[in-house]
Design a protein around this ligand. Structure first.
Ligand code: GDP
Length: 473
């Protein structure tokens, strides 16, 4: 319907003059604010105003974010066994103790901070992707950056590729640390070539993969590594609101004979204070004391701070989110609700595990995103490449086939963890998973199948792709 200008101004909560100005800008002719607008003009005005307001809100939100204080990047160290993860963590830990006066008692709180003139970096204290995946399995995003350690005398190995897949699946930025460059047989150039084969082109060759040569033993290059981490963090513009409702994530928890339940937590948002009531998964508590990695008792802990917390009633799981709640009653109620909810879900899942292909297809079909995630395992590099070459053509416009990891050798428990967090199926060709892995897959409800003929494997994928497509009418 037609509408008069002053009526539309009222509808949109604008002053008449504002609307007249807007009409001028739009090139709409009028006599006065009492003139009528055509329906199309009125609709165009509404549209424009909505758009401008949306934009303003976005800008305001961006402004607000920009005004928040920065938070330190959280880094996890991953890589193949014996490539130097533990040595690097030890070196970093020692370097920070050396900075302070001797005599300080360090406390294991699941992560530690390294302070540099350019800023602070928080390192998760457990190397390897198992711990990382356990945390991520419960939905928490912990690490912003994954440092993937590759020994320069050994090069890219199966677990290096696994670590890359885990980091990518978690949405963490990757930095490659080529380690052991102090060894005479170190060949960093070879490692770079291997990385390029995996699609990571180092910056010096015109790509954007960050590669830092280091020796975790002598400390050579470790400073550069810290600088690259901080540079990357700067680009990511990591910020958190210390005044938001407090939220953290459980890194570890254990039972101590003397102290009771010890919980290591990383604060992610807001500020936890001694006396606060908290819930983590199905467990609740009241913070009695907090200690940082230097053994200092804290009254409060803000974003990016790893702390040990006393006051939980039971052991929470690594990866559980810690939430602030106003009082004991709320804490108890939420924890109990969750327990009941889990029991109900478990009952339901028992009857819903994807025991057959048809079950999995149905589950996939119920999902929103149209993606088939796969972990491929094969007996030889040749068959792996053959399978991948065929699969590369199986994606359709609607459904993407996404290979998270392709490796020679039997499926591992770590594959099952990755599959379960990333909602993937594990397809093996010519290799048999050990019984323990089969059991784990069953436990986690992960589809794991072994094939003897490549085309049967491909057919399975085709069926998955079909199952993912929206029904055609
Ligand atoms: P992880 O399994 O990845 O945690 O590897 P470790 O940190 O335990 O290291 C495996 C072995 O490599 C140990 O004997 C370390 O002393 C050695 N190592 C680690 N980093 C270096 C390094 O930069 N140079 C040399 N020469 N040896 C290293």
């Amino acid at each position: 319907a037609k509408i008069r200008i002053y009526q539309l101004a009222k509808e949109l909560g604008m002053k008449n003059e504002e609307l007249l100005e807007l009409l001028d800008q739009m090139g709409v002719a009028y006599k006065s604010h009492a003139s009528t607008l055509s329906e199309e003009d009125a609709e165009a005005v509404r549209e424009l105003v909505r758009e401008q307001r949306g934009l303003q809100e976005k800008l305001a939100e961006e402004e607000r974010r920009k005004s928040l204080p920065k938070r330190p990047p959280v880094v996890v160290i991953m890589g193949h066994v014996d490539h130097g993860k533990t040595t690097l963590l030890d070196y970093l830990r020692k370097s920070r103790i050396a900075e302070k006066e001797a005599g300080g008692i360090t406390q294991h709180v699941g992560a530690f901070e390294v302070k540099t003139p350019q800023g602070t970096v928080v390192f998760i204290d457990t190397p390897g992707h198992e711990a990382f995946t356990t945390i991520r399995q419960r939905g928490a995003r912990v690490a912003d950056i994954a440092v993937i350690v590759i020994a320069a005398d050994d090069g890219v190995m199966p677990q290096t590729e696994e670590a890359i897949a885990h980091a990518k699946a978690a949405g963490a930025k990757i930095i490659f640390a080529i380690n052991k460059i102090d060894l005479p047989q170190a060949d960093p150039e070879k490692v770079k070539r291997q990385l390029m084969e995996l699609g990571f082109v180092p910056e010096e060759y015109g790509g954007d993969a960050i590669v830092v040569p280091i020796s975790a033993k002598t400390g050579q290059g470790v400073q550069d590594l810290l600088e690259m981490i901080l540079l990357l963090a700067e680009l990511e513009d990591l910020r958190a609101d210390p005044n938001a409702e407090p939220r953290g994530v459980i890194l570890e928890s254990k039972l101590d004979k003397l102290a009771g339940v010890l919980v290591n937590m990383l604060v992610q948002e807001g500020t936890f204070r001694v006396g606060d009531y908290v819930v983590a998964g199905e467990v609740y508590g009241r913070i009695r004391a907090m200690t940082d990695s230097d053994g200092n008792r804290l009254q409060e802990a803000g974003p990016g701070k790893p702390v040990q917390v006393l006051g939980f009633s039971e052991l929470p799981h690594a990866g559980d989110t810690v939430e602030w709640v106003p009082d004991q009653e709320a804490a108890k109620e939420i924890a109990e609700e969750r327990k009941e909810e889990r029991l109900r879900r478990e009952e339901e899942e028992k009857s819903r595990r994807p025991r057959t292909m048809a079950d999995l297809l149905q589950m996939l079909g119920e999902k929103e995103e149209k993606e088939v995630n796969l972990i491929l395992r094969a007996d030889t590099q040749g068959s792996l490449e053959a399978i991948q070459a065929i699969l590369a053509r199986e994606s359709t416009d609607e459904v993407k086939v996404h290979v998270l990891l392709a490796q020679v050798g039997a499926p591992t428990e770590s594959d099952v963890l990755l599959a379960s967090t990333a909602n993937a199926a594990i397809l093996a060709f010519g290799v048999n998973p050990p019984g323990s892995v089969k059991k784990k897959a069953e436990e986690k409800g992960v589809l794991l199948k072994t094939f003897r003929i490549i085309y049967e494997l491909i057919d399975e994928v085709r069926n998955m792709v079909k199952g993912q497509r929206a029904p055609q009418y």
